[in-house]
Design a protein around this ligand. Structure first.
Ligand code: NAG
Ligand code: NAG
Ligand code: NAG
Length: 443
């Protein structure tokens, strides 16, 4: 398994030496995703073609009233009637009550994130609650959430972080009402659940760039190809059947890639041997989000072509490697960072900022569109403080059953479920409640 990853990484290894200084924050990502991500998504299989089958949905579209709010952008801290709580500033406090669900009660947790059933011995990470400075963040209320999404279709679109968040939500909702899996594609990259109790559908769409992309493969190129001016129709063609869409992307932008715009090559990231200009990935992420949000505004931004759509962009989710990803103790923390102990900086800060800025710009442009609401779910900082929340070696079951091996794979990117991602969905619920009506403000 390991050789598969290392083999894939070798083409740009040499370049790493010279670029290490400049690209230090990138290098660990550049190596890690290649080696590991494939294992998550396609365990022991060849990568699939990028033309994975589309799920066919047929759904009812329900009107949702439009009233833009500003919730998660980090603004000046004056709290008035019109300035709802800023959930980004706060601290993790110990909480006895623990999660709503566990790996036994929820069947929807991806193996690699089911830390409890994989034998993670320390369980203190389950007992923390996010306390925003300006307000309280209520514990997740599955029944309230289900009521708010009654007769709607909520789609999570993006990479494995989108899936991580979707599975957390699914597990929490399942404590109140049992969902049925009504569709899944061959490799579970596209799935849909139905909650018969509320005629609500939750789905997940694999689309790690949101724009059209061709993922690297064993047979084809060993870099991704991104077409920055075109959305990925695997999700976008379904827009007319979606009432709320949650985007979550980021880590796949660190992979080697060649970028196209129109018919020409814009540049690349880590593409030695190809005669293209290195342009990094920040502007590329920005263009992808811009193309995505613009397309939604065009296709669904007016009442005349549907009944409106709500868009959430989950901001970048930081990883926490403290050493080699394949050595024991790659993310060894057992407690969250305390307030002020860890600053949001470097790539994490930049990736977050790009998403927040693109959301704010879209709000500005979409003012005239009655049926379009968009908000950033700004989880970067609160997640950055949860170095204790990753599976680490418990991405595999009982990794130390036969003693500590010389090499052990660690996942310090995704989050254990239950875990910190549950908090993302607690905040998401508050966003939905505020959208629902001004009377619910300030809770
Ligand atoms: C949910 O999906 C089912 C098909 O599984 C469909 O019949 C129904 O109309 C959908 N409902 C909504 C609200 O999208
Ligand atoms: C999981 O939750 C169920 C139901 O609340 C409980 O009976 C069980 O003890 C829990 N298991 C763990 C490992 O916490
Ligand atoms: C690389 O591109 C430049 C500019 O497009 C061109 O002048 C040069 O010949 C190319 N080199 C190779 C090896 O293709």
């Amino acid at each position: 398994m390991k050789s598969m990853g290392v083999g894939a990484a070798s083409p740009f290894k040499d370049q790493l030496h010279s670029l290490t200084k400049k690209l230090l924050p990138w290098t660990i990502y550049a190596i890690f995703p290649l080696a590991i991500f494939r294992l998550y998504f396609y365990p022991l299989q060849l990568p699939p073609s990028s033309t994975d089958q589309l799920p066919s949905t047929s759904s009812t579209i329900i009107t949702s009233s439009a009233s833009p709010t500003h919730i998660s952008s980090s603004k000046e801290q004056e709290r008035t009637e019109d300035t709802p709580c800023d959930y980004t500033i706060g601290k993790w406090v110990h909480d006895k009550s623990g999660p709503l669900y566990n790996g036994t009660t929820c069947g929807a947790i991806k193996d690699g994130q089911n830390c409890i059933s994989h034998g993670r011995p320390d369980l203190d990470y389950l007992h923390w609650r996010w306390k925003p400075k300006e307000c309280g963040l209520p514990r997740f209320e599955p029944n309230t959430f289900l009521q708010l999404i009654s007769n709607k279709h909520i789609a999570f679109v993006g990479d494995s972080m989108a899936r991580n968040q979707l599975e957390s939500l699914l597990c929490m909702l399942a404590t109140a009402s049992v969902p049925n899996l009504v569709y899944h594609s061959e490799e579970n990259k596209f799935r849909r659940w139905n909650f018969p109790s509320h005629n609500a559908n939750l789905s997940v769409y694999w689309s790690p760039f949101l724009v059209k992309g061709i993922e690297k493969s064993h047979q084809g190129a060993n870099y991704n190809k991104l077409y920055l001016d075109r959305v990925d129709e695997r999700w976008a063609s379904e827009l007319n059947h979606i009432d709320m869409i949650v985007f979550s992307i980021g880590h796949w932008f660190l992979h080697p890639a060649v970028y196209f715009e129109g018919d020409s090559v814009l540049g690349c990231h880590y593409c030695p041997g190809l005669n293209h200009t290195e342009i990094g990935f920040y502007d590329v992420l920005r263009k992808s989000l811009r193309t995505t949000l613009k397309t939604i505004t065009e296709r669904r931004g007016s009442k005349s072509n549907g009944n409106g759509i709500d868009v959430i962009v989950t901001t970048f989710s930081p990883s926490h490697f403290e050493g080699d990803w394949d050595q024991a103790g790659a993310c060894p923390k057992k407690k969250p960072y305390s307030e002020g102990e860890k600053q949001l900086e470097g790539m994490d800060a930049e990736m977050r900022k790009i998403a927040v800025e693109e959301v704010e710009a879209t709000k500005e442009n979409a003012k005239h569109f009655a049926g379009f609401r968009v908000e950033a779910l700004d989880v970067t900082k609160l997640s950055l403080m949860r170095a204790d929340g990753h599976p680490g070696p418990y991405m595999h079951p009982f990794p130390f059953a036969n003693g500590v091996a010389e090499r052990v794979q660690n996942d310090c990117v995704h989050w254990c479920l239950p875990g910190p991602v549950d908090t993302w969905n607690e905040i998401l619920l508050q966003v939905l409640k505020k959208w629902e009506g001004p009377s619910k403000r300030g809770e």
